[in-house]
Design a binder for this molecule. Structure first.
Ligand code: ADP
Ligand code: MG
Length: 335
């Protein structure tokens, strides 16, 4: 690509923060070299974002930079790792300096917030896409995995569910189903909030770290494909089943303002890209965990319990009674 080295120099060596002490060799050589900490393990994850599949063509470069990092940091959070270094493979259709400046400013803002260094990458010409590899660190034996849920464990989620899918729905210019009793300005504010949750999801790094380091949980996943799909991965790997209490699903007031109950529930169960964590906690650790998380100010909600047998099946309750849910849409047809 024409001017590749200029682009790298100008836009991807732009951190204003001093480099991390554990980076031995960074951008500008054939490889990066980092120091490994004794008694820690290296945690590695890669995610690619492709235009039209993972982001709308209308996304701003600043939001794209934020989101591409957030989805990778969210994977590290799901394991409980402390983010340390990332590399960025960027494919650009053309050299657009305004775009690159906005992208890199936002990119470094996120990196600086989490004390993460950009240590390398690749810059090529082609249809817009980004691949980030993120590296994190975790003390030996502390990683949160998908295979360790046990019958009797309680199922928790952080934050609220369904906001991102609702935001995407609105960004695609589909109309909300506003409730008649709600003022127009309140609905407008709610719409902005939901779109923002889609564009700028919060990777639950602090929560993952707290769960892993304290040992209060051993099982977690980040909700990228929707609660049912992602909880399904835990159940599948842990060879157990679950009961979810629909009345406990944490729904934001903004979601409830813009959509009817059934649609909100469907977004919460099946909508993707909330990047909240779903994790399990044993009865013995439950109150300790709730106190520890209240101290760091991360909201979590208990939505159900792990049960034995019936590999990966999920049953639902509403007002204490069993209900049937279409697992593809999140709708229950019997209410
Ligand atoms: P090589 O040809 O040895 O693969 P490159 O010419 O692709 O090296 O890249 C030169 C240096 O710039 C390398 O250190 C590489 O990691 C880094 N780099 C390239 N593109 C990016 C990018 N988008 N972000 C960060 N570092 C990059
Ligand atoms: Mg290269």
């Amino acid at each position: 690509m024409n001017g590749e080295f200029d682009i790298i120099q100008r836009y991807f060596t732009a951190s204003t923060r001093a480099p991390r002490k554990d980076v031995v060799l960074s951008i500008g050589d054939d490889c990066a070299i980092t120091e490994l900490h004794p008694n820690h393990r290296l945690v590695i994850t890669t995610d690619t974002l492709v235009e039209n599949s993972h982001f709308l063509p209308t996304i701003s470069p600043a939001d794209l930079a934020y989101k591409s990092l957030a989805v990778n940091l969210s994977d590290l959070a799901a394991v409980g790792a402390e983010p340390a270094w990332v590399s960025l493979a960027l494919t650009l259709p053309k050299v657009d300096h305004q775009w690159l400046a906005e992208f890199s400013q936002s990119f470094f803002q996120v990196l600086d917030h989490y004390n993460v260094d950009l240590i390398g990458g690749d810059t090529t010409k082609g249809p817009l896409s980004l691949t980030i590899t993120a590296h994190g660190l975790i003390p030996k034996g502390r990683a949160l995995c998908r295979h360790s849920a046990k019958a009797g464990d309680w199922i928790y989620v952080s934050g609220t569910l369904g906001d991102s899918a609702a935001g995407l729905h609105l960004l695609q210019q589909k109309s909300p189903q506003c409730r008649e009793s709600i003022e127009e300005s309140a609905v407008e504010n709610a719409k902005v909030y939901l779109c923002q949750r889609h564009l700028r999801p919060t990777p639950r790094v602090l929560l993952g770290l707290e769960l892993a380091i304290s040992g209060l949980s051993t099982t977690a996943i980040d909700i990228s494909d929707g609660l049912l799909a992602d909880l399904g991965h835990i159940l599948n790997r842990s060879q157990c089943s679950a009961v979810i209490d629909l009345d406990k699903l944490p729904l934001s007031e903004q979601l409830m303002r813009c959509f009817d109950d059934k649609t909100a529930q469907s977004f919460a169960l099946c909508g993707g890209e909330d990047y909240e964590l779903c994790f399990t906690v044993s009865e013995a650790n439950r109150s300790k965990m709730e106190r520890a998380l209240a101290n760091i100010g991360v909201p979590v909600t208990c939505i159900g319990q792990i049960h034995q047998g019936q590999k990966s099946s999920i049953q639902f309750r509403h007002q204490g009674k069993p209900v049937m849910i279409d697992s593809a849409t999140g709708f229950d047809h019997f209410r």
